[in-house]
Each structure stands twice: as structure tokens, then as C-alpha cells.
Design a protein around this ligand. Structure first.
Ligand SMILES: Nc1nc2c(ncn2[C@@H]2O[C@H](COP(=O)(O)OP(=O)(O)OP(=O)(O)O)[C@@H](O)[C@H]2O)c(=O)[nH]1
Ligand SMILES: [Mg+2]
Length: 230
């Protein structure tokens, strides 16, 4: 809690991350984060049991998919500022401080970026790098949001933003639905550089082809239907 009495919550989605979640929870900067909630996606490797043993709050998402997990997290946490971070050891968790700081300075939504000059990614294959860049360029051209990385979603948002936006895409395309709705609602974006490390254990849940197509469709559909329908 800061001098304004604002509470910071951190949501961590997990799907079979038993090999990395303990180290990730240890890295959370507890001097800035007041509440940690793990939202599990029906892991079969003992992830939620380990999280509970470590004394951290954990809930099961009702449905499936990354988007469904984040939406579940938003419904459960109680912070004034809500941060999202992955469970696979690829995020620089100390950057939570900078994300929260940007929100405290007036941004509605602060995003970590792998593609600012001071950032970087150890986790990019050529396909992923090209895909991330192409999606971000397309996103910027279509929606006029000046961000350099539309798919990282290492984010801190004001509670009001999470409450105002109802994104319902179940999978990773949730990220784009959320950002498009935030832009349409006139929320103020900020960006900080944040390096991405390679995941420390476990397997990626992203399929570049399948999830890429879903994201492309999400962006296109939102443009075709100006009523905001997704
Ligand atoms: N609860 C829940 N979490 C999920 C689901 N899919 C992915 N996650 C988590 O969301 C985060 C992002 O998934 P990743 O597989 O790391 O996606 P990625 O970072 O693009 O892929 P890698 O670079 O290979 O790690 C991780 O913490 C996953 O465990 C899901 O369906 N439900
Ligand atoms: Mg990852």
C-alpha cells in the first residue's frame, strides 16, 4: 500500500507451470504488491496444489484459455491497481515497480514492451519475432495506439479500467480485445521497457499458427463491427 492507500494486486495465470511457479512467486516484489492471486487453468501437474502449499491464493478458472483466466482474475482481486504477469519465469518481476509507478503517475494502463531500445527478448524465435512485430504494426495502423509491443501483456491497469472493459475472448486474442476496448474507451496508455527471458521450465501454450489466426480475426472483426461487437 502506498502513501495514497492504494492497494496493488498481481494476477498470475498458470497452466501446468509446476516447474517455474515457486521461483516466480519468490520473485514478486512484496514491498509493492499487496495481493497475489494465481488463476489456474485446470493444470494436471500439481501447480495449484503447490501454490496452495506455498501459502498463496489460488482459484480455478471456470472455462479454458488465457483470456478466461485473466477475466476470472479481474473478478477476484481487490486492488486499486491490478498487474498481470506470466508464471513461466520469463518476466522481469522487478519491473512491476515501474509499471505501477506509471499508473500512479497518471496512466490508466501501463504496458511492458520487449521492443523498446532498452528492452529485449531471449524467448523470441524468428517466427515469433516477426509475428510480434507484424501484429504490433498492424494493430497500430488499425487502431492508432502508439505502443511497440501489442502481445506481451505485462500490464498494470487501474481498477476502473478492468471494470469498464468486458473482454470475453477465451484465448490469447483476449489481449487484443482488451487493448482495442481500452483504446476505444479513451484510456491513457504508457509503456516501459521490459526484457523477456526464456521460460525456465514447462511448455509454451501458444501455437503460433492457431493463435495467430485467432488474433488476426479478432483485430479484423473489431474493425468490421464498429458497434464494438467481438
Ligand atoms: N489459467 C490459465 N493460464 C494459462 C492458459 N494458457 C496459458 N496460460 C498461462 O499464461 C501464461 C502465458 O502462456 P505461455 O505459454 O507462457 O505463452 P507465451 O509466453 O506466449 O509462450 P512461451 O514464450 O513459449 O512461454 C503462462 O503463465 C501460462 O501458464 C490457460 O488456458 N489458463
Ligand atoms: Mg511465456
Amino acid at each position: 500500500m502506498n502513501e495514497l492507500g492504494e492497494k496493488v494486486s498481481l494476477i498470475i495465470p498458470t497452466l501446468n507451470e509446476v516447474g517455474s511457479i515457486e521461483a516466480v512467486l519468490k520473485e514478486v516484489p512484496r514491498d509493492v504488491v499487496d495481493e497475489v492471486l494465481v488463476v489456474d487453468g485446470h493444470s494436471t501437474d500439481g501447480t495449484p496444489e503447490l501454490v496452495a502449499r506455498l501459502g498463496c491464493a489460488v482459484v480455478q478458472q471456470p472455462g479454458r484459455g488465457y483470456g478466461d483466466a485473466i477475466a476470472t482474475g479481474f473478478r477476484h482481486v481487490t486492488g486499486d491497481i491490478i498487474v498481470l504477469a506470466d508464471a513461466d519465469g520469463s518476466y522481469e518481476l522487478d519491473d512491476v515497480r515501474h509499471l505501477v509507478q506509471r499508473v500512479r503517475e497518471g496512466a490508466d494502463l501501463a504496458l511492458g514492451s520487449r521492443y523498446l531500445p532498452e528492452s529485449g527478448s531471449d524467448d523470441d524465435t524468428v517466427i515469433r519475432y516477426v509475428g510480434n512485430k507484424a501484429f504490433t504494426l498492424l494493430f497500430r495502423a488499425m487502431y492508432h495506439v502508439e505502443i511497440s509491443d501489442a502481445l506481451f501483456f505485462y500490464a498494470a491497469v487501474r481498477r476502473e479500467v478492468a471494470q469498464a472493459i468486458t473482454a470475453t475472448s477465451p484465448g490469447f486474442e483476449y489481449i487484443l480485445e482488451f487493448l482495442i476496448k481500452a483504446q476505444r474507451a479513451g484510456f491513457k496508455f504508457a509503456e516501459i521497457p521490459s526484457a523477456e527471458k526464456a521460460r525456465t521450465a514447462g511448455k509454451s501454450k501458444v501455437n503460433a499458427f492457431r493463435d495467430g489466426l485467432k488474433m488476426l480475426w479478432c483485430m479484423t472483426r473489431a474493425k468490421l463491427r464498429r458497434d464494438g461487437g467481438f
